[in-house]
Design a binder for this molecule. Structure first.
Ligand code: AMP
Length: 215
């Protein structure tokens, strides 16, 4: 099963991806997570990408496509994967088409998480993250067992710099201009379905599963 999750930043793609990982036992491929790993390790890519990420801007397409090409070749992708946060631009989608063609693969389902800007701003301001693992919480909707601490390691949770309000607004405007047109790009493939993202995490998950298995 090869699934692509599309939607605004902070719209719940990461959370839903992780639930799909457990359900289907396939890896989540999050370009945001891979980039954050590079930033942490201070690789050449990480140093270059960090300036864009801190500003809430998109990392250039060529860097992202090289990174994805390498990731999709790994053995754990054989049974399928969940693409989370990629592609984010038309050139990235075209690049993905070329990569998939070479690998003789195609996407099975595309899930669009539809969430209003105001809800996103509310969500992102409450988002907390465990840097080491990428586990994400929300102070209201998905709180950790102990305030401010990761459930598994008890490490301190952080607020990502790019979750600050001004950066969030910038990221949303980039989403509307650059990423949303992908819905139309993929529409002709007849594998796209949209889900309202202003519901409980579990309800959204169940709806995704029903749609994935029925469409
Ligand atoms: P995310 O965790 O998916 O919200 O991504 C965090 C940041 O990483 C974004 O704001 C971008 O700066 C960068 N990023 C992640 N995925 C992509 C992508 N597919 N194309 C360009 N930049 C990306």
């Amino acid at each position: 099963m090869k699934i692509l999750l599309l939607g605004p930043p902070g719209g719940g793609k990461g959370t839903q991806s992780k639930l799909l990982v457990s359900k289907f036992n396939i890896p989540q491929i999050s370009t945001g997570d891979i980039l954050r790993e590079h930033v942490k390790e201070e690789t050449q890519l990480g140093i270059e990408a960090n300036q864009y990420m801190q500003n809430g801007e998109l990392v250039p397409d060529n860097l992202i496509l090289d990174m994805i090409k390498e990731r999709l070749l790994k053995n754990d992708c054989n049974k399928g994967y969940i693409l989370d946060g990629f592609p984010r631009t038309i050139p990235q989608a075209e690049g993905l088409d070329r990569i998939l063609e070479k690998l003789n693969q195609k996407l099975d389902k595309i899930v669009v998480l539809d969430v209003k800007d105001n809800d996103i701003i509310k969500r992102m301001s409450g988002r907390r993250m465990h840097m080491e693992s990428g586990r994400v919480y929300h102070i209201e909707f998905n709180p950790p067992k102990n305030e401010g601490l990761d459930d598994v390691t008890n490490d301190k949770l952080i607020i990502r710099k790019d979750d600050q309000p001004d950066t969030v607004k910038k990221r949303l405007s980039i989403y509307h201009k650059t990423t949303k047109p992908l819905i139309e790009y993929y529409d002709s493939k007849n594998i796209v379905f949209s889900i309202k993202g202003n519901k409980k995490i579990e309800d959204i998950h169940n709806e995704i599963i029903t749609k994935i298995q029925n469409v």
